[in-house]
Design a protein. Structure first.
Length: 168
C-alpha cells in the first residue's frame, strides 16, 4: 500500500468516525448549530493543521461570532433601507475586523474572524436580536469544537493510525 493510499484511507476513517460523534452528541449539550464545527474544522485544515495556530483561529472565529451579534444589533437599530444598512454594516465592520485582526495577527487569525462573522450572520441574521437567545454561545461552542475536536482530533487520530500502520 502506498503512503498516499494510507493517508487517504486514514483521513477517510477519521472523518467518517469523529465528526459524526460530535453531530450526535452536540444536541445533548444544547448545541443546535453542530454543523458549524465542520466549517470551522475546514478552515483549520486549510491552514495546514497547524496546532500552533489553533488558538488564534479559535479566537478569530469567536470574534466573528461576537461581530455577527453586534452587526445584527446595529442593523436592527438603523432606519435606512435594509440593503443600505447591510452594505454599510458589512463595509464598516468588515474593514474594522481586518484592521484589528491584521494588527494583532499573533492573537487573531483574520480569515477565521471573517468566516465566523459570515457563519453568525447566516444563522442569526434573519432573526431579531431578541430572538437570538443562546445561539451565539451555541455557535461559539461549535466553533471551538470544530478547531479542537474535529480539526486537531482528526489530525491526531490520523497521525496515530499512520504511525501504527507503518510500524507493522
Amino acid at each position: 500500500m502506498t503512503e498516499q493510499t494510507i493517508n487517504k484511507l486514514t483521513l477517510a476513517l477519521g472523518i467518517a468516525l469523529l465528526p459524526p460523534i460530535w453531530a450526535v452528541l452536540a444536541p445533548y449539550a444544547g448545541i443546535t448549530t453542530g454543523a458549524v464545527a465542520l466549517i470551522c474544522a475546514g478552515l483549520y485544515v486549510t491552514n495546514g493543521n497547524k496546532k500552533s495556530d489553533a488558538l488564534k483561529i479559535t479566537l478569530g472565529f469567536l470574534c466573528g461570532d461576537i461581530w455577527a451579534v453586534i452587526a445584527i444589533f446595529l442593523m436592527e437599530k438603523m432606519t435606512f433601507d435594509p440593503r443600505a444598512e447591510l452594505y454599510g454594516t458589512l463595509f464598516v465592520m468588515g474593514g474594522i475586523a481586518v484592521l484589528i485582526g491584521e494588527t494583532v495577527p499573533k492573537f487573531i487569525f483574520t480569515p477565521a474572524w471573517l468566516c465566523g462573522w459570515a457563519i453568525g450572520l447566516t444563522i442569526m441574521g434573519p432573526m431579531a436580536i431578541a430572538e437570538i437567545g443562546s445561539l451565539p454561545i451555541q455557535i461559539g461552542a461549535a466553533m471551538i469544537a470544530g478547531v479542537v475536536y474535529v480539526g486537531i482530533g482528526v489530525d491526531a487520530f490520523q497521525k496515530t493510525l499512520i504511525k501504527a500502520i507503518l510500524k507493522k
